[in-house]
Design a protein around this ligand. Structure first.
Ligand SMILES: *Cc1c(COP(=O)(O)O)cnc(C)c1O
Length: 441
């Protein structure tokens, strides 16, 4: 199947937070991105608070329209900046966390512990104890061993853990292999066939209050079928457990709703709401979802500047070498992901295009943002925005090649503010030390 890349006009048409101004160039939530790039330098992440709000409200509306009460537990790992979390807390979101660090972050952002759900395949005793101490809303248990260990820890702490079992429904989410989590052989969740016995056991163990089931089958899911298949299995299990007289009050439907990066037919949230309504809607359950990407990805762009160009022989695209790299945005090198790119300058945006490969300066052949991309003729110092990088962007960045972490800015309604300054170079080695036996020389 050949795919057709959207041109800049198409990219803008499906991204209402962005528009091209004939004078000021690319504008994000009322702020000319050239202004930010000039004052902050590049690379620089820009997060749109208004976009986060709009998307959260659209998501909520889809469930309201199906008559479903739905808690949104935003998956922190997609973008855990305190400013992002502050916006989402204002929008009524709780948090889905996968580590003790994320638990502390969510609390730091003012998210009420009762609105926090702890997922993850490997929770340490220290992390579970922290969750018990903070009395968070729900712990999604992923194995028999974890269930028994949590019971012991809760009993010792004189606490009661509210538990959902994360079930692996053996559904193929039909997404990238590295972001699929609900198949037989994936490391996540409790095998579908073993879950009822474990639920029974959990109801009898001290220190636990079994409240329900959870599932999360993968990320960037683009059709309703895998969601519906997973939720149908969960619904069946809810009914079976209740027939045994066991309490099942809540189902956590996970995250995974995909977005359009390139030309995907991204499902609107009504598709997800429909799949949940049809399978779980009549079971009198407290329902929750854990979206990350769908809310945050389109709310962020990464600004970068062209360092230089490298001409290639006839038939091979020239390289545009930019000042952002795989240490900033890892997704293209990790998952071969496609991200839209728009020049910030208005004269470039609609210029004639030719194929270019856009690469970063890191010494790895996988440090490529785009191959053979139709782009206007870029020159050194031209700036571009790499789109849909608000999720799994800054959170995955590293300092590989001694590249400090990029600055982050938040925009809303024409205003902007720095939310993380560019990392100081010296901080890269500030915690290094040299063993005494090496001596000073
Ligand atoms: C990553 C993750 C999510 C969020 O996934 P998205 O695809 O970003 O929506 C939700 N729940 C769990 C358990 C996760 O690990």
């Amino acid at each position: 199947m050949t795919r057709h890349d959207p041109d800049i006009m198409n990219l803008l048409a499906s991204r209402p937070s962005l528009h091209m101004d004939a004078q000021d160039g690319l504008i994000f939530e009322g702020v000319p991105l050239q202004t930010i790039a000039s004052q902050m330098g590049t690379p620089c992440w820009v997060m749109g608070a208004g976009t986060l709000r709009r998307r959260t409200r659209n998501l909520r509306k889809a469930f309201t329209e199906r008559g479903l009460g739905m808690s949104i537990h935003y998956a922190l790992k997609a973008n855990d900046h305190l400013a992002t979390l502050a916006v989402l807390r204002q929008e009524g979101c709780g948090a889905d966390i996968v580590s003790g660090g994320e638990l502390r972050r969510a609390c730091q952002a003012g998210i009420h512990p009762g609105d926090i759900v702890f997922s993850g395949v490997g929770k340490t005793d220290a992390e579970l104890n922290l969750a018990l101490q903070e009395d968070i809303g729900q712990i999604n248990v992923e194995s028999a061993e974890e269930l028994r260990r949590l019971s012991r820890l809760a009993t010792a702490a004189g606490a009661v853990a509210r538990v959902a079992l994360r079930v692996n429904p053996h559904v193929d989410a039909d997404t990238h292999d590295k972001i699929s989590t609900g198949r037989l052989g994936d490391k996540f969740g409790i095998d579908w066939a073993e879950a009822p016995a474990l639920y029974r056991e959990g109801c009898a163990l001290p220190g636990l209050e079994m409240i329900g089931l959870a599932t999360h089958i993968g990320s960037q899911i683009l059709t309703a079928a895998p969601f519906r298949a997973a939720y149908a299995r969960i619904a069946e299990m809810v009914i079976g457990l209740r027939q045994e007289g066991l309490p099942v009050h809540a189902v956590d439907c996970g995250g995974g709703l995909g977005i359009r990066y390139r030309d995907e037919l991204a499902p609107p949230p009504s598709i997800l709401a429909g799949a949940i309504a049809e399978t779980l809607g009549s079971l009198d359950l407290r329902l929750a979802i854990e979206p990350g990407r769908w809310i945050a990805a389109p709310a962020g762009v990464l600004l970068t500047s062209v360092i230089g160009l490298k001409a290639q022989r006839e038939g091979i695209s020239d390289f545009a070498i930019v000042d952002a790299a795989m240490n900033d945005l890892a997704r293209p090198s990790l998952y071969d992901s496609w991200h839209g790119m728009i020049p910030l300058a208005p004269d470039l945006a609609y210029a004639e295009t030719a194929p270019l490969s856009v690469v970063g300066p890191v010494c790895e052949s996988s440090d490529v943002f785009a191959r053979d991309r139709a782009l206007p003729p870029l020159r050194p110092d031209d700036r571009i925005a790499i789109l849909d990088t608000g999720a799994y962007g800054a959170v995955m960045s590293s300092t590989y090649n001694a590249r400090p972490r990029a600055a982050q800015v938040m925009v809303e309604n024409g205003a902007w503010e720095v939310i993380t300054p560019r990392q100081r170079l010296e901080s890269l080695w500030a915690d290094d030390s040299i063993p005494e036996w090496l001596g000073a020389g």
